[in-house]
Design a protein around this ligand. Structure first.
Ligand SMILES: [Fe+2]
Ligand SMILES: [Fe+2]
Length: 206
């Protein structure tokens, strides 16, 4: 497991959740620190959550989200991979794309993160995004195999931001794609992996 003081992080998350509605600026700034700390501990993830958050907020703004929706989207994006702290570090470091049992083990980060965080009732809206960020528009994603509009909107947005950041970052088993190639890929999987409307919005804001 990554070296993280989970007890301390959970305590801070409790405070964040409590003040998320009344003092969103303070809460989100605390949350950014936590997600940054976690990213630094997870191999090849440095800055990932912050970038996913940035892309997601650009889309949320373009979609005319209310302040409250933007707060929930930001919290969801910052916490989307929280469950990776419960995944064996050697799997995250493997110099090849994972298959089979190992792949399923990494996929468990979604529900592990969701279960840890679901204790904080004030995060319930944001958690919809955490839980659904690996669902696919065509129903072939995980953990629930939800389809199109049944996937919470926060999850559909984070899915596009997450995939773009993953493609444009180096991984142990492959080099980063160019921005153009990554956008082409998003277009190719629009309507399959991704919500076509969200892909369109991303093309405009990026
Ligand atoms: Fe993820
Ligand atoms: Fe991610």
């Amino acid at each position: 497991m990554p070296h993280i003081d989970l007890e301390k992080i959970i305590a801070t998350l409790g405070n964040v959740a409590r003040i998320l509605r009344d003092k969103p600026d303070t809460a989100l700034s605390e949350l950014r620190k936590i997600s940054n700390q976690i990213d630094q501990q997870i191999p090849y993830r440095d800055g990932h959550s912050a970038r996913v958050c940035d892309y997601s907020l650009k889309m949320g703004n373009a979609l005319g989200f209310s302040d409250e929706q933007l707060v929930n989207l930001e919290a969801a994006a910052l916490l989307h991979d929280f469950g990776k702290i419960c995944v064996e570090e050697n799997l995250l470091r493997k110099p090849k794309s994972l298959q089979g049992e190992e792949r399923r083990e990494v996929e468990k980060h979604v529900m592990r993160g969701y279960h840890i965080l679901s204790g904080f009732v004030d995060l319930d809206e944001a958690l919809k995004g955490v839980r659904s960020h690996h669902e696919h528009y065509n129903g072939l994603g995980y953990p629930q195999g939800l389809t199109d509009g049944n996937i919470p909107l926060y999850g559909r947005i984070i899915a596009v931001a997450d995939a773009y950041d993953a493609m444009t970052s180096d991984r142990p088993y492959r080099k980063a794609k160019s921005k153009e190639a990554a956008l082409e890929e998003l277009k190719r999987y629009s309507g399959q992996q991704f919500d076509p409307h969200i892909v369109e919005v991303f093309m405009i804001v990026i």
